[in-house]
Design a protein around this ligand. Structure first.
Ligand code: COA
Ligand code: AMP
Length: 628
C-alpha cells in the first residue's frame, strides 16, 4: 500500500486502522476499546488494554528465540571502547536492576529520574523502570543543576539514577556532583540515588542513601514484568515551552509501543534483525523513541553512540560507525551533517568506508534542514536522504516520506514530506480557516492525535488544554509554521513562538531572558534565535543597562556564565549586545520578530504599531557583530 492509501485509511476509520496495528505487540489483555475519552475529555488509545513495554522490548524476543541477537551496540569513541549486548544479556541486566529498584521500594506509578551520559546503563535504567511500571524521567546531561532541580520538584522521584561522570569530547562532565547540587536546591528529596561508577577517577562524594549501580544489580533477584494499563504513563520528558518552566510531556505505554513498532516498518523501512542508529542522546525524544524503545520493540539492533560527529576523533566517525556495525538506517540532526561537511567538504571520509554496503536510508530531523546540507548528503551517499518532522509532544514523525510503503514519492528538497498515517494535518490561518496551497499558516493536526502522542502534560491538564487545544477547537496546535504545495508536500518554516532550536536542541528564549534580566545591571532584555550557519540557530541577547557603573565586557561574561550555570552549556549562550533601548509597540511589547529580521540581516519594515520608528544604531550594527 502507498503512503497516501495508508494515510487515507487511518483518517477514514482511525479505530479500525489502529485496532489492526495493535496486533503488532503482545498484550496481557487485548484492548476492546480502541479510542475513547478519559474523565477529563482527552482522547485515549486502548483504554482497557494491559501490557508491559519492557516485556515487548526484551522478553518477547528472547521467548521467540532471538535471545542471541544483538540488542544494543555501544560505541564510545570518547572512551575508545565498543561493546555489545544480546537480547538475553540485556534482559538479564534489566530484570536484576528492576529487582534492585523494587528492593529500594519503587513500585508501579512511582517516578524515577535518570540523569546519565550515553552509556548502556542509561538504557537499562529506562527499561528497568518500564518493567516494574515505574515512570521514568530522563534529564539531558547538558542541563545544569538548576534545571535538574526544577524537574526533581515537578516529578518528585522516589529514586534518581545517575553516573559519576560523562565525557564531552575531552571535558569530564561531573554528573554526580551536578546532581548533588540539584538535590540540595530542590525541595523534594529522593529516597535513594543509584550511582554507576565510570571509574574515571573523578572526585565524587558518597552521601547517605547512595547505592552503587553494579552492587545493586549483583545483590538483586530478577523482577518479572508488571502488567500496566495501556494508558498508564511510561515516561515524562520535560521540554521547553514558551514560559520559563519546562513542561512534562507524558507518554503512555500501549499507544506508544504500537505507534513506534508501526513506524519502524513503514517510516524507516526496516526489518526485525536489522541495525538502526539514531545519533542523538537518550535525554531527548529522539533518543527515547529511536535509540531505546522503537528498535527494541521491533527486535532490531540499536547503536548507542557516545561521541560527536566531529572531534571524536574527526569527521569520519559517523561513517566508521555505520560501516563497522553494518547500520541499515540512520537518523541524525542536520547540524551534525553541517559539522561534518564543514570539516570534510569533499566527503573524502565517506569514500574511505563502505557506508552504503548496508545503509539504505539516511533520516534527518530535529530542526529545519537547509537545502545545501540535504543535497550535499544525497550527493555523497547516493541513497535517499529523508527529512522528517516531529516534536517531543508527538514522540514519532508527523511528516515523512515512508520508506516502508509501496512506491515512496521522490523527496522534494526543503519539504519534510507528507502526513504520516494517523496525522490529519492542516495548515490553518490565524482566523482558523484553511490556508490555500502555498500559503503559509499554522501547522495543526485535527484531533484525535494518533497513538504515541502526548495525552496531556504531567500534572498540568490546564497547560495542555491552553497551550495546544484552545487556539483552534478540535485541533492540536503544533507551534510550527508551514505550508503545503500543490502536490501535497508540506514545508515547515519554523516555530511561531519563543522556542528556538540550537543544534537540534529545543530551548526557550523566555527562560534565558529570565536569567539575563535577573542580573542587577540589566534593566531589560530580549533573547532571540539568530540564524547560525552551523547550529541552525543560536541565542542572541540584546540588553539595556540600568544606570550604573559596570564594565560591559564584565557584564557580558557574567551573563554568559549565569545562563551556563542556570540552564546549562547546551544553551550555547555566547552572544550579548548592549543597546540603549529595544524597539517596542506602543503598548510596551518588545518587537522580537523585528529584532530577528534585523539580526539576520533580512529586509524589514517598521510596523505602524511601533513606539519610536527609529531603530537604534547599535541594534543595526549587530549584523556585523554576528558575522565577525
Ligand atoms: N552533557 C554535558 N554537556 C553537554 C552535553 C551533554 N550530554 N551535550 C552538549 N553539552 C555541552 C557541550 O560540551 C558544549 O559545551 P561547551 O560550551 O563547554 O563547549 C555545549 O553543551 C554545546 O554543545 P553542542 O551543541 O553539542 O555543541 P558543540 O559545539 O560541542 O558541538 C556539534 C557542535 C555540531 C558537533 C554538536 O552540536 C552536534 O553534534 N550536534 C548535533 C546535535 C544532535 O544530534 N541533536 C539531536 C537532537 S535530535
Ligand atoms: P523537539 O521537541 O526537541 O523534538 O523539537 C521539536 C521542534 O523541532 C519542532 O516543533 C520544529 O520546530 C523543529 N523540527 C523538528 N524536526 C524538524 C524538521 N524536520 N524540519 C523543521 N523543523 C523541525
Amino acid at each position: 500500500m502507498t503512503q497516501q492509501e495508508l494515510h487515507q485509511q487511518s483518517i477514514d476509520n482511525p479505530e479500525k486502522f489502529w485496532k489492526k496495528q495493535a496486533q503488532r505487540i503482545s498484550w496481557y489483555k487485548r484492548p476492546e476499546t480502541i479510542l475513547s475519552k478519559d474523565e477529563k475529555g482527552f482522547d485515549r488509545w486502548y483504554a482497557d488494554g494491559e501490557m508491559n513495554t519492557c516485556y515487548n522490548a526484551l522478553d518477547l524476543h528472547v521467548k521467540n528465540g532471538r535471545g542471541e541477537q544483538r540488542a544494543l551496540t555501544y560505541d564510545s569513541p570518547v572512551t575508545g571502547s565498543v561493546s555489545h549486548y544480546t537480547y538475553r544479556q540485556l534482559l538479564e541486566k534489566v530484570s536484576k536492576l528492576a529487582g534492585g529498584l523494587q528492593s529500594l521500594g519503587v513500585t508501579k506509578g512511582d517516578t524515577v529520574i535518570i540523569y546519565m551520559p550515553m552509556i548502556p546503563e542509561a538504557v537499562m535504567a529506562m527499561l528497568a523502570c518500564a518493567r516494574i511500571g515505574a515512570i521514568h524521567s530522563v534529564v539531558f546531561g547538558g542541563f545544569a543543576s538548576h534545571e535538574v532541580a526544577i524537574r526533581i520538584d515537578d516529578a518528585r522521584p522516589k529514586v534518581i539514577i545517575t553516573a559519576t561522570s560523562g565525557i564531552e569530547i575531552k571535558r569530564i562532565v561531573p554528573y554526580k556532583p551536578l546532581l548533588d547540587a540539584a538535590i540540595d536546591e530542590a525541595v523534594h528529596k529522593p529516597q535513594n540515588v543509584v550511582v554507576f561508577d565510570r571509574q574515571f577517577g573523578a572526585e565524587c562524594s558518597v552521601r547517605e542513601g547512595d547505592v552503587d549501580f553494579n552492587q545493586l544489580i549483583d545483590a538483586s533477584e530478577p523482577a518479572n514484568c508488571v502488567p500496566v494499563k495501556a494508558t498508564d504513563p511510561l515516561y515524562i520528558l520535560y521540554t521547553s515551552g514558551t514560559t520559563g518552566t519546562p513542561k512534562g510531556i507524558i507518554r503512555d505505554n500501549g499507544g506508544h509501543a504500537v505507534a513506534l513498532h508501526f513506524s519502524m516498518e513503514y517510516i524507516y523501512g526496516l526489518k526485525p534483525g536489522e541495525v538502526f542508529w539514531a545519533a542523538s542522546d537518550v535525554g531527548w525524544v529522539v533518543g527515547h523513541s529511536y535509540i531505546v524503545y522503537a528498535p527494541l520493540l521491533y527486535c532490531c539492533t540499536s547503536v548507542l553512540f557516545e561521541g560527536k560527529p566531529i572531534k571524536t576523533p574527526d569527521a569520519s566517525t559517523f561513517w566508521r560507525v555505520i560501516s563497522e556495525h553494518k547500520v541499515n538506517a540512520m537518523f541524525t540532526a542536520p547540524t551534525a551533517i553541517r559539522a561534518i561537511k564543514k570539516e570534510d567538504p569533499e566527503g573524502r571520509y565517506i569514500n574511505e568506508y563502505n557506508v552504503t554496503e548496508t545503509l539504505r536510508h539516511q533520516f534527518l530531523a530535529g530542526e529545519r534542514c537547509d537545502a545545501a546540507t540535504l543535497e550535499w548528503l544525497q550527493d555523497k551517499l547516493n541513497i535517499p536522504v529523508i527529512d522528517h518532522w516531529w516534536q517531543t509532544e508527538s514522540g514519532w514523525a508527523m511528516l515523512a516520506t515512508l520508506m516502508g510503503a509501496d512506491a515512496p514519492p521522490t523527496v522534494k528538497v526543503g519539504s519534510a514530506g507528507f502526513p504520516v498515517p494517523g496525522y490529519d494535518l492542516h495548515i490553518l490561518r490565524e482566523n482558523g480557516s484553511k490556508a490555500d496551497d502555498g500559503e503559509e499558516g499554522l501547522v495543526c493536526v485535527k484531533l484525535p492525535l494518533p497513538p504515541g502522542c502526548l495525552p496531556t502534560l504531567w500534572q498540568n491538564d490546564l497547560r495542555f488544554q491552553r497551550g495546544y487545544l484552545e487556539r483552534f477547537p478540535g485541533y492540536y496546535l503544533s507551534g510550527d509554521g508551514g505550508y503545503r504545495d500543490k502536490d501535497g508536500y508540506v514545508y515547515i518554516t519554523g516555530r511561531v513562538d519563543d522556542i528556538i532550536n540550537v543544534a537540534g536542541h529545543r530551548l526557550s528564549t523566555t527562560e534565558m531572558e529570565e536569567v539575563v534580566s535577573h542580573h542587577p545591571a540589566v534593566s531589560e532584555c530580549a533573547v532571540i534565535g539568530a540564524a547560525d550557519e552551523l547550529k541552525g540557530q543560536i541565542p542572541f541577547a540584546l540588553v539595556v543597562l540600568r544606570n550604573g557603573d559596570i564594565d560591559e565586557d564584565t557584564l557580558k561574561l557574567e551573563l554568559i556564565q549565569n545562563v551556563r550555570q542556570k540552564i546549562g552549556p547546551v544553551a550555547a549562550f555566547k552572544t550579548v549586545v548592549v543597546v540603549k533601548r529595544l524597539p517596542k509597540t506602543r503598548s510596551g511589547k518588545i518587537m522580537r520578530k523585528l529584532l530577528r529580521s534585523i539580526v539576520d540581516g533580512e529586509t524589514y519594515t517598521i510596523p505602524g504599531t511601533i513606539d519610536d520608528p527609529s531603530i537604534p544604531e547599535e541594534i543595526k550594527q549587530v549584523i556585523s557583530i554576528k558575522t565577525s
